[in-house]
Design a binder for this molecule. Structure first.
Ligand SMILES: *Cc1c(COP(=O)(O)O)cnc(C)c1O
Length: 405
């Protein structure tokens, strides 16, 4: 039986080196827990970047997946299937949008939204051909396609991948004045994350989303919320935008939409924007497939029936307070909302990575983001007692006299 090192060497040998994972090889998961090939148990504090909000292998989603596997998995959109319609209706009823367009990955949902909003800019707003602009924020993360990385402020995401796609003016995140100044008669949309997850769990100033939405409204600019990480309960509400009672014109969701079983994403909007698409304009072989749709229906039902939004808010508030209470020489600040929490490590204490490695040795899997931030985002089904135990371990790691590693 191969061991951890052998599995890692194999992956290194046969694939591109486009990730820097923690040296752990997992082979089983249940709820908030995962196990490695040597039988060690870990608390998953990443939740696959918030894709497993419902916990690993939630039994209700497993059952729905198995049942659908025995019936029908893929039809393509050349034919109808009996799962997609109910999925879209349930999704729209839950999120209160008129329409949803199903895709697979988050990046595809973002691409879909960009296409819809650009076309709305031309056909409805009357922007001259090829002049439509979508304003984006510095430090954003919206995915990895060539168009999406074109408007990343992260040099390594873009370098060597040009020519880049134009039409995405960039402004500082959280600055309302910059948004006002950037808007022109060619602005079709403003694309924003309610909290910048990959950017280091960056929370904008209170009132920013609401005010930005109003600026967009009064300039006929579509407010586009990337809720792929912040949506579906992670921050303690259905959407991160709900915290400021903003109803975005366009929402992108993915990740937890399938509870981590299968790539399912969607763009949500009302008809005015969604009706920009006609047959042949956009599509995906797997988008809206019956297996993904059945899984997503079950995944949404779990979020609602187990009141995971409320749970994330309650546990998150308490957990964040406890983290802030740790008297650590290494922590600059703790920020976040619900169970999307970032612990920012002081520059003087070195990068966050060695802290993550020490947490791994103690049975907690957390991943650094942007060098200095340790993200804590466990599945929303995590037990409070489990987090109490984790806090003890985290406190010890963060109060060691010198940076570990
Ligand atoms: C993960 C993520 C994406 C991209 O999703 P993929 O499924 O990896 O393509 C886009 N936006 C945000 C905010 C994300 O966190």
């Amino acid at each position: 039986m191969p061991n951890t090192a052998a599995y890692i060497a194999e992956a290194e040998k046969y694939s591109a080196h486009n990730y820097h994972p923690l040296p752990v090889v997992l082979d089983r998961g249940e709820g908030a827990w995962v196990w490695d090939v040597d039988g060690n148990r870990y608390l998953d504090c990443l939740s696959a970047y918030s894709a497993v909000n419902q916990g690993h292998r939630h039994p209700a989603i497993v059952a729905a997946a198995k049942e659908q596997l025995d019936r029908l998995t893929l039809t393509s959109r050349a034919f109808h299937n009996d799962q997609m319609g109910p999925f879209l209706r349930e999704l729209c009823e839950l999120t209160k949008y008129e329409k949803a367009l199903p895709m697979n990955t988050g990046a595809e949902a973002v691409e879909t939204a960009i296409k819809a909003v650009r076309r709305w800019g031309y056909r409805v707003k009357g922007i001259p051909e090829d002049k439509a602009e979508i304003i984006v924020c510095e430090n954003n993360f919206h995915g990895r396609t060539t168009t999406i990385v074109s408007f990343s402020s992260e040099e390594s995401y873009r370098a060597g991948f040009g020519p880049l796609t134009p039409g995405f003016p960039m402004i500082p995140y959280g600055e309302l004045g910059a948004l006002r100044q950037a808007i022109t008669s060619n602005t079709a949309g403003f694309l924003v994350e309610p909290i910048q997850g990959e950017g280091g769990v960056v929370v904008p100033p209170d009132g920013y989303l609401k005010a930005a939405y109003e600026v967009c409204q009064s300039n006929r600019v579509l407010f586009m919320a990337d809720e792929i990480q912040t949506g579906l309960g992670r921050t303690g509400r259905m959407f991160g935008s709900d915290w400021e009672a903003v109803r975005p014109d366009v929402v992108m969701i993915g990740k937890a939409l399938s509870g981590g079983f299968y790539p399912v994403s969607a763009m949500l909007s009302d008809s005015e924007v969604m009706d920009m698409f006609a047959p042949g304009d956009h599509g995906s072989t797997f988008g809206g497939n019956p297996l993904g749709a059945a899984i997503a229906r079950a995944a949404l039902k779990v979020l609602v029936e187990e009141q995971l939004f409320e749970r994330a808010a309650e546990l998150g508030n308490w957990f964040m307070d406890e983290l802030r209470g740790i008297d650590s020489p290494h922590v600059a600040l703790v920020r976040g909302k619900g169970l999307l929490i970032g612990v920012v490590v002081r520059d003087e204490s070195g990068p966050a990575r060695p802290f993550c490695e020490e947490l791994q040795r103690r049975g907690i899997l957390a991943k650094e983001t942007h060098e200095q931030v340790i993200r804590f985002a466990p599945p929303l089904v995590v037990e409070k007692e489990t987090l109490e135990w984790a806090l003890g371990e985290i406190a010890e790691v963060l109060t060691q006299p010198v940076a570990v590693g």
